[in-house]
Design a binder for this molecule. Structure first.
Ligand SMILES: Nc1ncnc2c1ncn2[C@@H]1O[C@H](COP(=O)(O)OP(=O)(O)OP(=O)(O)O)[C@@H](O)[C@H]1O
Length: 265
């Protein structure tokens, strides 16, 4: 189980996976994100926190071009994954989303078997050569999502028949099955009970040994438990970013302090 000591753990590798420079996001005439600059480190969990409507989800969605699905949404500035501009017109957003996977607020398994949910990405991206390789990817992904032992005897049962917490871990298995470099999580525990939340939080901590993880959360306790880096957003601005322990114990900006002490939000 994680606890507040988690925040003291050092980030082993602070190399940036994603660099965002001068990013603005507009919905029609309304600006939702203002000149955001951030480096998302490898092999660490970065938490986005801030009051409702401050732009956390909007900015998260720019990192794998999920905003492309909203016609009125425009993204300006540059976002690079491993040095490559993800908004370059040569970049295929479907391929990008295999590298930058996403887990949503509500578990959303496909109406397919547990096996087929996890096999979906590897199949559409042609990542395996035969059934034995696909079986292996499915098993390893379910193991990484800490779900294998609970489902190994019913892989062909519908994914939608699992509990909410299991469904969310299935969605995590589905996201990791394409071996992404980055995993984006938009309030992944908000539909879960405390036990399932604790399991997913533990899992997030394990995932950071292989992936760069970015999580949007409304829970400051959760940010403190699972992340090593925290970015505080307010009214579309990225007000402050740094080590989670510093943000929570010694914030530099009065707006951050007001939020973490419960005076705004
Ligand atoms: N599809 C959309 N069309 C128009 N405006 C949008 C859209 N999605 C978000 N917005 C606006 O962008 C701003 C930021 O919203 P966003 O959902 O990113 O904030 P958030 O910090 O994630 O909020 P919450 O914590 O409540 O989920 C808000 O003013 C919101 O109304």
């Amino acid at each position: 189980m994680n606890d507040m000591r988690t925040v003291e753990r050092a980030v082993d590798n602070t190399e940036a996976r994603i660099t965002a420079r001068d990013v603005q996001v507009w919905y029609g005439e309304a600006q939702a994100i203002r000149d955001v600059n951030i480096d998302i480190p490898d092999k660490a969990v970065t938490a986005f926190i801030g009051p409702s409507g401050c732009g956390k989800s909007t900015f998260l969605r720019t990192l794998n071009r999920m905003n492309d699905t909203i016609p009125i949404c425009r993204v300006l500035g540059t976002i690079e994954l491993e040095g490559e501009n993800i908004y370059d017109k040569r970049v295929d957003p479907v391929q990008l989303r295999a590298k930058v996977g996403m887990v949503f607020q509500k578990p959303n398994p496909f109406p397919k078997s547990i096996y087929d949910n996890v096999a979906y990405g590897p199949r559409i991206h042609g990542l395996t050569r035969n059934r034995a390789e696909l079986d292996e990817v499915v098993e390893q992904s379910l193991r990484k999502a800490a779900l294998w032992n609970e489902v190994k005897d019913r892989l062909h049962a519908p994914g939608t028949g699992l509990s909410g917490g299991q469904q969310q871990r299935l969605c995590i298995a589905r996201a990791v099955a394409t071996s992404p470099e980055v995993l984006l999580m938009d309030e992944p525990c908000s539909a879960l009970d405390p036990i399932a939340t604790a399991q997913v939080e533990e899992l997030i901590d394990e995932l950071r040994s292989n992936f760069s993880v970015v999580i949007v959360t409304h829970s400051m306790q959760q940010a403190a438990r699972v992340s090593q880096k925290t970015a505080f957003f307010h009214l579309g601005n990225l007000v402050e970013q740094g080590d989670t322990s510093q943000i929570f114990t010694n914030p530099k900006d009065p707006r951050t302090e007001a939020y973490i002490t419960g005076r705004i939000g």
